[in-house]
Design a protein around this ligand. Structure first.
Ligand code: PHE
Ligand code: NA
Length: 446
């Protein structure tokens, strides 16, 4: 397969596409509940350290490989391996990435479906005048209803795959362009509201007062996995986007901007959600339902709350949509690379992901107590192992290829940081990111 000539229309388009992939459920849904389950400030601190030491340099490595190879992930890896005269087996990393995103998308779609349900409920005014207990109970009733969940999951898969099938991420990026700033606007309003609640002080204390005693190996592993998940690193999904990067664009600048924005969105939603948790005496370690229980409570307090709540879920839906498009891309581009028509590839992948997603749907009712590994039901399994283990393993292999295997000239040219910047990046990846990931993976898995 020869080099792709397609390019993002502008530097801004590239940044928007990567931001679209990064900002999603990871920031607004997963970050708060993981923080809640992993000791608050301890998790937050580790997560930021991992974003800076692992996420950023590895994100550069991943996008750089795509840009240097200018092909779909498997082909880019094979091409660069040939160029550097190393084993072609590196291309299987692209397959590993596709398997990782397959499982991630299967639960991502189910949870995004919850946003659809809440969007409709908000518009219908279903939360008006409800007590926190009633709001919690209605979420539980929704989870216990596989048909409603399947309906929303199906709708979300259709949304995602129709864009992927058309291969026009372009229209979506334009939509993103308008919607994302609005989402940040609402989050800032929510943050402002949080400051006025009685739980704000407790939330700040809980999030920002260092609590070293709460750090365990499982907290470390979860924080590392979340850093990869939230930046969308380690699955070759950003590699696919790197292939279309314009020639004249600074990769580190783009990556820094995206990472800062990603952290900011997570912090804002964390502050808002935990202020509500502490104001109403809820449980911070409530788990995956945390956001869906806290936000309707907060908005029902605000004037015009239903409109805000509806707008919030609509914008969240757009944010998760752009992430899920990125999740589907490595699988579809792999089949397209093997000669498939894009639309066919999208339909096949979409149907398979949808089917596996049904197991996550049922994990809240019929299959709730069916344990696949240890104590984990299917939803817990796919929302834990692929993000927390597969992504770091994928990121590690990507980093090894980028820093030890591919030709330094090609890497340096695609990173586009000048000789000094290149040495800094190389040193960081070789002697910090790679060893740190290995140590955390090995220690916490034993
Ligand atoms: N980064 C996305 C989020 O935070 C999830 C994602 C992971 C997207 C891996 C693409 C690849 O919601
Ligand atoms: Na994210």
């Amino acid at each position: 397969m020869s080099e792709t000539l397609e390019r993002w229309q502008s530097r801004r388009a590239f940044i928007l596409a990567v931001t679209g992939a990064a900002v999603g459920l990871g920031n607004i849904w997963r970050f708060p509940y993981m923080t809640g389950e992993n000791g608050g400030s301890a998790f937050l601190l580790l997560y930021i350290v991992f974003v800076l030491l692992l996420g950023l340099p590895m994100m550069m490595a991943e996008i750089m490989i795509g840009r240097a190879g200018r092909r779909s992930p498997m082909q880019a890896l094979a091409f660069l391996a040939d160029e550097a005269d190393v084993s072609r087996h590196w291309k299987w990393l692209g397959l590993f990435g596709a398997i990782t995103v397959f499982f991630i998308l299967s639960f991502y779609s189910v949870v995004s479906g919850w946003s659809i349900e809440y969007l409709v409920s908000a518009v219908n005014g279903s939360f008006v005048g409800r007590s926190p207990q009633q709001i919690g109970a209605s979420f539980d009733a929704f989870l216990a209803d596989p048909l409603r969940m399947t309906f929303n999951h199906t709708l979300f898969m259709l949304l995602t795959m129709s864009v992927v099938a058309a291969g026009v991420a372009n229209g979506i990026e334009k939509l993103n362009n308008v919607m994302m700033p609005l989402l940040y606007g609402i989050l800032i309003v929510l943050g402002g509201y949080a400051v006025t609640t009685s739980g704000f002080g407790a939330a700040m204390h809980w999030l920002f007062t260092p609590n070293v005693a709460a750090i365990t190996w499982s907290v470390v592993l979860n924080a590392m996995g979340h850093a990869f998940f939230t930046l969308a690193v380690g699955a070759c999904a950003l590699m696919a986007y790197g292939a279309y990067m314009p020639e004249e664009q600074s990769l580190p600048t783009a990556v820094f901007a995206v990472a800062l924005l990603d952290i900011a969105v997570a912090l804002l939603s964390g502050i808002a959600i935990f202020s509500i948790v502490f104001t109403h005496g809820l449980d911070p370690s409530e788990g995956p339902g945390l956001m869906f229980v806290t936000l309707p409570i907060a908005f029902s307090d605000l004037p015009g709350g239903q409109v805000w709540l509806g707008a919030f879920f609509l914008l969240l839906l757009v944010a998760t949509w752009t992430s899920s498009i990125n999740l589907a891309e490595p699988m579809v581009s792999m089949l397209v690379g093997a000669g498939w028509r894009r639309s066919r590839a999208a339909i096949l992948i979409g149907m398979l992901v949808w089917l596996v997603g049904l197991l996550s749907v049922l994990s809240f009712s019929t299959l709730a107590d069916v344990h696949w590994v240890g104590e984990m039901n299917f939803f817990t399994l796919v929302s834990t192992i692929p993000p927390d283990i597969f992504l770091p393993v994928g990121g590690l292999l990507i980093a090894i290829f980028a820093a030890w295997r591919m030709s330094p000239e090609a890497a340096s040219a695609a990173l586009d940081v000048g000789p000094g910047g290149f040495r800094l990046w190389l040193g960081l990846v070789r002697y910090v990111s790679i060893p740190l990931t290995v140590v955390v993976l090995m220690t916490s898995l034993m």
